[in-house]
Design a protein. Sequence first.
Lengths: 327, 342
Amino acid sequence: MAVMNNVEAVRATLYDAMKADDRTLILGEDVGARGNVFLISKDFINEFGPDRVIDTPIAEASIVGIAVGMAMEGLRPIAEIQFADFIYPAFNQIVGEAAKTRYRSNGEYTCPLVIRTPYGGGVRGALSHSVSIEALFYHVPGLKIVAPSFPADVKGLLNSAIDDPDPVLFLEHKKTYRLIKGEVPEGHYTIPLGKADVKKTGTQLTVVSYGLYVHWALDAAAQLESEGHSVEVIDLRSIRPMDKTTILESVRKTRKLLIIHEDNKFGGIGAEISAMVAEEALFDLDAPIRRLCAPDVPAMGYAEPLEHEYMSSPALMADAMREMVKF
Amino acid sequence: MAKTDTQGSAALDKRGLTDDQLRAMFRNMLQQRQLDNRGFQLNRQGKVPFALGSEGHEAIQAGAAMAFERGKDILAPYYRDLGLSLGVGLTPYEILLSLFARAADHNGGRQFPNHYSSKKAGVMSFSSILAAHIPHAVGAAHAIKMRKEAGRAVLVTCGDGTTSEGEWHESMNFASIHKLPIVMLVENNEWAISTPLHLQMGQPEIWKRAEGYGMPGRRFNGFDPIETYANVKEALDRARSGGGPTLLEGTCYRFLAHSTDDNDMTYRTREEVVEHRKDDPVPRFERVIIDNGLMTIAEVDAMKKEILKETNEATDRAEAMPYPEAADLYKHVYEGAWQPWQ
């Protein structure tokens, strides 16, 4: 097994997909000669040519729109939005078109499309290079949303997304890109969409998270462990569909639920998880469900204190976990 | 622009069309008019909740459809393309299934009428969101280019209103950069629901924008099916042979209100509509057909009767078909059975 960071895992998976299937192509801003701003597709254009690695004009609506048309006509496009913050001009193409192609044509046309985009903060990315976008899209039937946080999961889930017959929004937390390293199995493998992973087992509290915060939650859980408390940490990995089975099994065991995400609280992913657990397992709970999320402000600021105030931290997570296990 | 007219001249310039093709275009135009009327009739009878007419677009659509190669080309239409859809192979029965929102309709009664699509006929699925389909057509054209499928092209259509959308611009730009096999046909009927051309654009000749994109642009009289055919054929042939995209603007007029839910007398005058009716492409082309000896008056009358009979039969047959079932609401969200929670 090779050790890779998340950038290398995305790159290796994309490369294999381009090699394996000549219907696959990549389009987006600066993906060709520049090889993507994080160098994910560096040199791809030399090997696969400009028809399959397309440097597009700066026009996000048509990056996705053109990819939708390619998918409808039998190609397997992987569209890239350079930063998730830039996805808003493409909102209609994702929500109004890609997500509804199969449905509105009664199955005659399909849209096997992957939209990859780096999201998230903690990198001094300011208002427009830091946002989390998942809550804007997870309301939409017809879309699938994936947000892995470990290199081995990145590979398995990106392979599944590329193979998937429906549109998948593939979210890559940019702070994890080079920060997080891990072993990645050789060869082609897939991890099913909609399957969470228990990254640490525990008995006193269930923590559900995704993205960068899974890593911080694991740090916090290790701290709690050293204090004699046992915390279970679930990495959702997929946001739509979401793994109810794993969450409920864990909550019924620990009887307490803490949801942690970087996106703001109101209407976020945690709201749906809370509602589901309240509907299905309220009487199994020994404490109110708690959500540790970003404040209700438009975005994190560029200035260090503004970013710091917006983001959580392993210490803040440990505080919340401590309160929950002692409840 | 001055109206070029193929009518009344000493010898009809057929622009390479055979007599059979000319008669087929005429039949398509008559069929459009009949089906258009049928939609409005059914709405007034309370049998369908909504209908949308293409009256005034008959010639441009009959001509463009004749230039389309069935089984090869791809059509990405918009919602005022009844005649184009018929012209590339959809049947009156399929049109009526859409009007009645029946289960057997291509989109299973999910979409508004007039949103015709058919994978078999090469007609791409589209929504009601204007210009959203133009990048789809560009993507399809890229697929043709990437797979090196010589002799194929995409025909994408829209009204004048759609040319204000950003995605229209983005698509023109991308198609030009990559010299894609695509023809952008604008059916300029002068109205975006209630908004006239002068409130849609500062420069009213849409075809002139082609120069800014670096592709050929042409404007022609869209009330003339032969002119339309010649222009669309030339552009499609260029696209099919690697010559890149073309922007075409066919001028026409929307004789009816935007839809059965619109009252156009709140924003335009009866006099304006009456003035344009003088150029109605259907009786106009009927005169061309008769004056040039392509059909006799008796043959035209017989064709009209035949189309009415066909339309009546298609209406009865479609009306008798079942609605989708309530359980169909849950199908085709994704491939296979589906729940957001796993």
